[in-house]
Write a protein that binds this ligand. Structure first.
Ligand SMILES: [Zn+2]
Length: 433
């Protein structure tokens, strides 16, 4: 690259980076500085000899002057940042979005990642849990590594002296000057974000977006059939009846242990009985789902193939595999010649990923519930927090339905009938006249 061009690129990158930092400070002065820097970066990028490519921002490369590069298995760097429990992380994200909305700052566009989700493994004495490590402000260069769908760096979680550390290791030999990348393994339930998150990794098997889509419709066959909102509410109501100090049955405790949710430990330490019983119910559901889901996932793939075969009017041929087990099916992706083998094992892995997802949601939810329940007006200790729902007594039901208060069913009915009653009366009066 000619030196002038390299200099121009560096100016653009530096200006863009400084502009982003200024924007985050949110003062009118910094906003003005950011605007000037964006304009400078745009001018630098408009240089005629510039090759137009999507901006990848900063990345990290193995030192070009290094003699050996990085060897497979070498420790590259530790990931550093500020730690947040899920409830505090979510509160921070909500606050950021609110400020962005109020100040009319760009909300759309690809999300940026300077954070890492750290999971305490289910085998830990305190059980499964999640922490968010935010490397936005307090960090080292580990936060600058880009995503790649075929990375040369992998993330490893290690416990050293009872403390968990996030380490980046070289997955394979990295040559001097080669960019260091790892797989973000990030997902979202927003298709807009997936589309905005163009992947620029350039790998042969690039997934096109550095975000995976985890929509509600995907792999929710079992959920839609036997764990709908009404079943979840019923389970919460039943858990509300749990006797103080009681513990769930043996099978439920085993299901909880399996995913690292431990009685009176970690996320469930000092939990009220109703919450433990509800978590036990969910753990039993997760166990059932992970067993049933692979069958549905395979059936889905089979239907996709049948549809493709029908579309190709007999032009589709299965790949030339000799021994095909009963469970194996052919999964066709896009091009009819490019057939990928999809097995029972793959479906089981996909089902495990669904369970992993549910477990993460459960950990985040429990963290928020723990935080919120201790903050009610009565300031009750967490263990004494009342259930969110309870069955009503006979008298309460009658009062709720037929009482003279504004919210009763009778009042609602009278209110709904009132306009019609007036019209009916006017009509009769008109006839008589
Ligand atoms: Zn990619």
């Amino acid at each position: 690259m000619p030196p002038e061009l390299a200099a121009t690129q560096n100016i653009a990158l530096a200006a863009e980076d400084l502009a982003e930092t200024s924007e985050r400070r949110l003062t009118p002065y910094d906003t003005a500085v950011a605007k000037a820097l964006w304009s400078l970066a745009a001018k630098a990028r408009l240089t005629p000899e510039m090759f137009a490519a999507h901006r990848k921002g900063f990345g990290v490369v193995c030192h070009p002057m290094s003699e050996t590069g990085v060897k497979a298995g070498d420790l590259v760097v530790d990931f550093l940042g500020e730690m947040y429990p899920p409830w505090a992380w979510q509160a921070k994200q909500d606050a950021i979005k609110t400020v962005q909305r109020i100040r009319g700052m760009r909300e759309s566009g690809p999300p940026e990642f300077y954070n890492m989700q750290l999971e305490r493994p289910p085998g830990d004495a305190e059980g499964f849990s999640i922490l968010f490590v935010d490397a936005m402000h307090h960090n080292n260069y580990a936060a600058r590594l880009s995503h790649s769908c075929d990375p040369n760096v992998e993330v490893s979680l290690k416990a050293i002296d009872g403390k968990y550390c996030i380490n980046f290791y070289a997955k394979r030999d990295v040559a001097p000057g080669e960019e260091l990348c790892y797989n973000y393994h990030s997902c979202t339930d927003s298709m807009k974000e997936v589309e905005a998150a163009f992947c620029l990794c350039g790998a042969r098997r690039c997934r096109a977006s550095y975000l995976a889509f985890v929509g509600e419709q995907g792999n929710s066959h079992v959920l839609k059939r036997c764990h709908r909102l009404v079943e979840r509410q019923a389970a919460l109501l039943a858990a509300g009846d749990a006797v103080v100090g009681s513990i769930p049955g043996e099978a439920a405790i085993a299901a909880m242990e399996e995913v690292g949710l431990k009685l009176n430990r970690g996320l469930l330490r000092d939990a009220p009985a109703w919450l433990t019983h509800y978590v036990a119910h969910c753990a039993l559901y997760m166990k059932r789902e992970v067993a049933k889901l692979p069958r549905h996932i395979l059936a889905d793939h089979r239907r996709t193939i049948e549809r493709e075969m029908a579309k190709s009017k007999g032009g589709w041929k299965p790949p030339p595999f000799g021994l095909v087990s009963f469970f194996f099916i052919y999964f066709h992706m896009g091009n009819l010649n490019d057939v990928v083998f999809y097995s029972q094992g793959d479906a089981e892995i996909e089902a495990m990923a669904v369970r992993e997802n549910r477990l993460q949601s459960m950990a985040i939810c429990l963290s928020r519930v723990r935080y919120m329940l201790g903050r009610g007006p009565e300031k009750l200790p967490f263990a004494a927090a009342p259930p969110p729902m309870r069955p009503l007594g006979e008298r309460e039901v009658a009062e709720k339905m037929f009482g003279a208060h504004r919210d009763s069913m009778t009042s609602a009915l009278l209110q709904a009938m009132a306009p019609h009653a007036v019209r009916l009366f006017s009509f009769s009066y008109g006839q008589l006249d």
